[in-house]
Design a protein around this ligand. Structure first.
Ligand SMILES: *Cc1c(COP(=O)(O)O)cnc(C)c1O
Length: 388
């Protein structure tokens, strides 16, 4: 399996120089080289999140920890929160917000869809909410929400927004400052392109103000911005600091990956994700694979696809034998009926074509009535018409 392609919605394929950074000698967390690196990482995150005045936080943990850092610092018992639930990770945020004592109202969309802007607007006007929580791309359905419109609706009403970007950040356009989004959060192992282990979050000035106005400090010391803010500020100012030991090698790797993103340019990175996702979608349509996400809601970072009639998850074994690892279903309502293909990060057209070829082989092995090459031909045609 050494050379198989990992095409799941995280972890993904990582660039060799990112992986090499993981293998370097581990410096002290207060060594001058590491302080330089961490400071650069924080400045670069601001650029990638398009948040020139935002405050980045980088801590050891997974995406769930980034979700929890937002909840722990912004939400107090009794706070009213509107949650737009588009799948599995919306459910997770509901559970989490409940633990923090929030009064959560959920706008729950049918599987594959998202609440309409009219519905959201009506709910925001009716509810006196402190915050709205949105999953930018839900990894269980492949649904992308209209983050720009949602952020603007909330901002006009003075409601804080938390966007879970774990399956979107660096793969889908997000302009935190221009759109007025208060928290954008992600994890290293998805489109950011670094092995699992880092929780990344950028907070707006409004989010920090809301945290400063809390009645009580967050219960969790590890998540408290009061502990981490001086550390982040110190690293950016080139000074040593300590609260919890940072994952030194992961941050060196993050530095490499963020520089790749900025060298390519975020516009180009977002356009590449869209172009490759369109090629993948052309292939799925040509192969008769129906998307879980409804038209207009399909993410550019992954595809969630129903198995054709008579095909089940054993198809994924045949795809793996053809050299490509895909993911099974995650959404509890349809878990056994669909599979997922991640297409994010340092992806090239070749990776997408190899994946489509392997999916064709899997479908044929599972007895589906397709013609080998139909998906590939459709993807090639799509790539030829969408100039880079
Ligand atoms: C992957 C993911 C998470 C959870 O991230 P972990 O690193 O697995 O904790 C949260 N939200 C979304 C949208 C995700 O895709």
């Amino acid at each position: 399996m050494g050379r198989s392609l990992l095409m799941i919605p995280g972890p993904i394929e990582f660039e060799p120089d990112v992986l090499l950074a993981m293998a370097r000698k581990t410096d002290s967390h207060v060594a001058p080289d590491f302080i330089d690196c961490f400071g650069r990482v924080l400045r670069n995150l601001r650029e990638i999140f398009r948040a020139p005045n935002g405050q980045p936080f980088v801590v050891a943990g997974s995406g769930t920890l980034a979700m929890e850092m937002a909840a722990a610092n912004l939400i107090e018992a009794g706070d009213r929160v509107l949650l737009l639930n588009t799948g599995y990770f919306g459910d997770r945020y509901a559970t989490m917000l409940d633990r923090y004592g929030a009064e959560v109202t959920q706008l729950r969309a049918a599987v594959g869809s998202a609440p309409s802007l009219d519905e959201v607007e009506a709910a925001l006007d009716a509810g006196a909410y402190k915050a709205m929580v949105v999953t930018h791309v839900d990894t269980s359905t492949g649904v992308r929400t209209d983050a720009e419109a949602l952020a603007r609706l909330a901002r006009e009403r003075g409601i804080l927004t938390i966007f879970d970007g774990v399956c979107a950040t660096a793969g889908e356009r997000f302009e935190q400052a221009a759109w007025g989004a208060d928290i954008y959060l992600t994890a290293s192992q998805k489109a950011i392109g670094v092995p699992p282990g880092l929780a990344l979050l950028v907070a707006s000035e409004r989010a920090l103000d809301a945290w400063r106005r809390r009645r009580e400090p967050p219960r969790s010391l590890y998540l408290d911005w009061a502990e981490w803010l001086p550390v982040m500020e110190a690293y950016e100012a080139g000074r040593p600091s300590y609260f919890g030991t940072p994952p030194v090698n992961l941050i060196y790797a993050l530095d490499v990956s963020l520089r790749h993103l900025l060298d390519e340019g975020m516009e180009a990175v977002w356009a590449r994700h869209r172009r490759l996702a369109e090629a993948a979608r052309a292939a799925w349509a040509a192969l008769g694979l129906r998307s879980v996400a409804e038209p207009g809601h399909e993410a550019n970072t992954l595809s969630a696809l129903y198995y054709p009639d008579g095909v089940d998850s054993t198809m994924l074994k045949a795809v793996a034998e053809a050299g490509v690892i895909l993911a099974g279903g995650l959404h509890p309502d349809i878990k056994t009926r669909y599979f997922r293909v991640g297409h994010m990060g340092a992806l090239r057209a070749n990776d997408v074509l190899a994946t489509i070829g392997a999916v064709e082989q899997g479908l044929i092995a599972a007895g589906a009535a397709i013609s080998a090459g139909d998906g590939l031909a459709a993807a090639q045609r799509q790539l030829a018409t969408s100039k880079r």
